[in-house]
Design a binder for this molecule. Structure first.
Ligand code: PMP
Length: 402
């Protein structure tokens, strides 16, 4: 049986604000003590620059950083640690993909981008398309907020469709895609798959080999780890073919005015001093998460989400956007003529933290016919009391504003 009180106690910030009800977990999660300790311990005992030092601290820092890469590889079940590239976050990882894998595309090629995407998995591809004379094919969604698989099949059959950019789970309405089936479809048409796992990793088990994706990205801070660290997984076959993107130290073998030789993959994709302490924090978070009963965490989140959506349906005037069969534990809401921002202000006054706005998914909101929503997103440290209190304050607020 999952003990939420014991789980929650591991998060110092939640102890610091006992009245806080933090329901903005899709934006960022709070951090368990062991992650904060790991980062601090790194700075107190192992801090040095990596890969080039001739002293023992540099060796310790390099071991910590490369050990973190091994931990991420195990977490994603990548075939090799070399397939893991550290970045500043999911956004930088997606920009890396557009600027490296994207360079393998030729003028006239097509990139399929789903309407569910966060701007981070759309704008870098648009920028690439402009530079390289490529086309973007916007992939629509069904009434329930899932990828339109019939349209995907039509797009994949086009001879120039080369790459599919798709989220594992939507940050704005929570829909979870059947990524394995989608990657299967894409592979049959020789179309590469770039999967945005920013929202999925904290909640769902991810096995990149089982999913069959070519690329998978995520951010540390949404999976109980520090900010400033992210990951791009790139399948080795693809990794060996792609050029570097940022130049500088670390990514080279030899440098001369007559010509520079780049480091072997994945080193050629990590220019400059990397986010070492953040990688250590990420490894601590992933190790800690792997030690939890992840099925129990997910069952707890799912039960809370059921409680939340049952309660929301009972409040007059609440519209829930996104009714996918498989959804993350998050709900996007509008309230008729009452603006979501006003509702969020009243919730904040009662120490209930939610997100409001376009959630970096403007094309999705355009498809839904809205310009703003209030998003409640749960994590495993949330409790049934958190949900009940949020529902009660929401009902009172709407009663007052209507
Ligand atoms: N993709 C998705 C689905 C997200 O939810 C986010 C963060 N909101 C990102 C990408 C970008 O992540 P970051 O801001 O950490 O780079």
């Amino acid at each position: 049986m999952f003990d939420v009180a014991a789980f929650k106690q591991q998060f110092p910030l939640l102890g610091h604000y006992p009245e806080l009800i933090y329901l903005d977990n899709a934006a960022t999660t709070q951090k368990p003590r062991c992650v904060l300790d790991a980062e601090r311990a790194y700075y107190e005992t192992s801090n040095a620059n990596v890969h080039r030092g001739a002293h023992r601290l540099a060796v310790a820092a390099t071991e910590a950083y490369e050990g973190a890469r091994d931990t991420v590889a195990r977490f994603l079940n990548a075939a090799s640690s070399d397939e893991i590239i550290f970045t500043r976050g999911a956004t930088e990882a997606l920009n890396l993909l557009a600027n490296t894998v994207g360079m393998l595309l030729s003028p006239g090629d097509e990139i399929i981008v789903s309407t569910l995407e966060h701007h981070a998995n759309l704008v870098p591809w648009q920028m690439l398309a402009e530079r390289r004379q490529l086309s973007i094919l916007p992939l629509g969604i069904t009434a329930s907020g899932e990828i339109d698989l019939a349209e995907l099949a039509t797009f994949l059959a086009r001879p120039r469709a080369r790459l599919l950019a798709i989220s594992h789970a939507s940050n704005a309405i929570g829909s979870i895609q059947d990524i394995q089936a989608i990657c299967d479809m894409s592979r049959q048409h020789n179309c590469l798959t770039a999967v945005d796992g920013a929202q999925a990793v904290a909640h769902l088990p991810v096995d990149v080999q089982a999913l069959g994706c070519d690329m998978y990205v995520f951010s540390g801070h949404k999976v109980y780890a520090p900010t400033g660290i992210g990951v791009a997984y790139i399948h080795n076959k693809l990794l060996q073919r792609i050029p570097p993107w940022q130049g500088g130290g670390e990514m080279i073998e030899t440098v001369a005015f007559s010509g520079t030789r780049y480091a072997t993959p994945p080193g050629h994709l990590e220019a400059g001093t990397p986010p070492i302490a953040q990688a250590v924090g990420l490894a601590a978070a992933l190790t800690w998460l792997a030690q939890q009963d992840r099925a129990a965490l997910l069952a707890h989140e799912t039960a809370l989400h059921q409680q939340l959506e049952d309660g929301l349906r009972a409040i007059p005037g609440v519209v829930i956007h996104g009714q996918a069969a498989h959804k993350l534990s998050l709900s996007a809401l509008t309230f008729g003529h009452v603006h979501p921002y006003d509702v969020a202000q009243f919730l904040d006054a009662q120490q209930i933290a939610v997100r409001v706005g376009h959630h970096c998914a403007q094309p999705l909101q355009q498809a839904l016919g809205i310009t703003s929503s209030l998003r409640i997103s749960l994590a495993a440290y949330n409790t049934a009391d958190d949900v009940a209190r949020c529902l009660a304050v929401l009902a009172d607020t709407l009663d007052m504003l209507n």
